[in-house]
Each structure stands twice: as structure tokens, then as C-alpha cells.
Design a protein around this ligand. Structure first.
Ligand SMILES: [Zn+2]
Length: 67
């Protein structure tokens, strides 16, 4: 039987986050709020998810901080 499975890091957009000054690029902008998690899937169906984190991501340079 052919079994198709995969590991991946998924990211889901949760809309706009707070306005922050980025420690990486120094710009003050509205950050995006995302949820990022590791996922194991079989036949493209997610079976296990772990390491769930809420992050805010700088819209200019992509730096992420945990919130
Ligand atoms: Zn930045």
C-alpha cells in the first residue's frame, strides 16, 4: 500500500496584530498576528499537531516574536 505522509510547519493568519517598533529593522508598523505549528499529515490530512505558538510578525522584515 502506498502511504503518503509529510511533516511541515504551518502558519495561519489571525489578522492584524499590535503596532510595534521592530527590534530587527527599527520600523514602527502594524504587525500581523499568526499561529504557527508543526504538523504531521497522512494523505494531506493532519493527524498530529504540536508546538503551537502565537506569534506577531513584522510586516517589513518578517521578524517574529512570541506573544
Ligand atoms: Zn522588522
Amino acid at each position: 500500500m502506498f502511504l503518503l505522509f509529510g511533516f511541515g510547519t504551518k502558519q495561519r493568519d489571525l489578522g492584524p496584530g499590535g503596532t510595534r517598533t521592530c527590534p530587527n529593522c527599527g520600523n514602527t508598523s502594524r504587525w500581523a498576528r499568526v499561529r504557527r505549528f508543526r504538523q504531521f499529515s497522512v494523505f494531506f490530512v493532519p493527524v498530529v499537531r504540536w508546538n503551537r505558538r502565537h506569534l506577531e510578525v513584522c510586516g517589513i522584515c518578517g521578524a517574529a516574536i512570541e506573544v
